[in-house]
Unconditional design. Sequence first.
Length: 325
Amino acid sequence: MTRGLKQWLLGIAALLVLSSPLQAAEPLRIGYSDWPGWVAWEVAVDKDWFKEAGVDVQFEWFDYVASMDAFAAGKLDAVSMTNGDTLVTGATGAKGIMFLLNDYSNGNDMVVAKPGIKSVKDLKGKKIGVEIGFVSHLLLLSALEDNGLTEADVELVNVPTNETPQVLASGQVDAIVAWQPNSGQALKLLPGAKAVYTSADKPGLIYDVLAASPESYAARKDDYRKLLKVWYRVVDYIQDPKTHADAVKIMASRVGLKPKEYEYFIKGTKILTLKEAKQHFKKGSGFESLYGSTKIADDFNVANKVYDKPQDVDAYIDPSLTDEL
């Protein structure tokens, strides 16, 4: 190898190192999307709390699936996902470490049925629009099981979640499964439509988290520690009656809604306090534990061929930074 070629290669290597998102000189790049527990970050962005905490963060707004794609492509250090979807990205090559527990869905995810269908049992033999293999599909299976039915008792129609309101309103299906704002839009588009089952009927079925790439998490642990502290400042601001209205105003503005409208979405999201998050980070086999819920999601993903092999759930979860607080 000539000296010139060696210097060129070293120069290229240096450029790659300098362009890496894992370097402390670069901001943490975090993807987030339209879900109340993630829109809540907007409070900290608006108040410039990250600068006060001494952490350089760049939040990037995406449609949900696009945020996962960006994370899988290495364009983000961390991304907001459900616990089940964190397994999906990990099984396909982009593992995420769930270290921050934002919330669990508490009514925003819904099975919405057309007029005349009053309960889940009435769905027997009916067509249901749902994005197969995603979290809404898991909610539907839970609804059916709780009402003595199975997937074989209904006809599933694979529909992208953002198209479910229109599909229900057009009469192509008898019910749909979606999360806010799509579930709310379905109720508005079809007068007389009714939510016959929601995530409030199964608390802990869907946890919403911030997951970081293992490389970024290992290299910038102190930055994530500071980020976590800012998050609980946000939680306190939302839950304090004196500042709640301002928090809602900031969040509503991010998604183009009026505060009164957005208040409804927040009520369907159980944003967790530090004490509550610590409880859900404890190991357990049921939905009250992030570990138990994620294991159930893993079983669902394998059964529905979302991926082939069961994942090591414990390897995806690190409660240590939360436990430190």
